[in-house]
Design a binder for this molecule. Sequence first.
Ligand code: G4P
Length: 196
Amino acid sequence: MNFLEERIVKEGIVKSGNVLKVDSFLNHQMDVILMEEIAREFKRRFAGKIISKVLTIEASGIGIAIFVAREFGVPLVFAKKSKSINIDGDMFVAEVESFTHKNKNQVIVSKKFLHEGEHVLIIDDFLANGCALQGLISIAESAGAIVEGCGIVIEKGFQIGGRVIRNLGYHLESLAIIDAMDSESGTITFRDQEEK
Ligand code: G4P
C-alpha cells in the first residue's frame, strides 16, 4: 500500500451509495503535509513532462492543486462553476454534470488565463464518472493548450471515468484507485499499481 492508500484505510469512511468520505484529511480538514507528499508524487509520476500551468476545478481541487503548482513552479488556474447562462465570449465554457450532486454546472475559465500552446497538467481530488475531468480537458483544448496529463488523488475505479479518459489516450495518474468498497464492512479494495 502506498502512503495515500494507508491513510484512506485508516481514516476513510465508506458511505452507502458508493461514496467515500475523506474529509478528515482531504475534503474538509486538509493535512498539508500529506498534500506536499501528494504533490511530490505527481511530480515523480509526470517527470519528464514540461508543465507550464496547473488546471483544476473549484472547490476541493484547489487546495491540492496549489501544492502541485508549487512543486512544478507554475501558476494554477481553477475553473469556476457558474449557474449563469449569460456567459460572454471572454470565457471558455464546458457543461459538467455531477453524478453525486445530480446537477449540472457551466464551468468557466477566463480566456485571459489559458492560452494556445500552454502545457497543462489537470489536477482533481476525485475521479468518478469523469464529467469534471472531461469538462476541464475540453476547456484546455478549446484554448489550444496541450493536456500533458491528468493527476487524480482518488479514482473510483468501479465508475467509468478512468477508463473513458485512458481510452481517449490521456496520461492519467491516480494515486489511489479503488476497485471496490463496501459500506457494511467498511472494506476498501485498491487496484494494484506497479511502482513506476
Ligand atoms: P465526476 O466529476 O468524476 O463525473 O464525478 P461525480 O459527478 O460523481 O462527482 C461529483 C462531485 O463529487 C465531485 O466534486 C467529486 O469530486 C465528488 N465525489 C465523487 N465521488 C466521491 C466520493 O466517493 N467521495 C467524495 N468525498 N467525493 C466524491 P464536486 O462536485 O466538484 O464538488 P467539490 O469539489 O466542490 O466538493
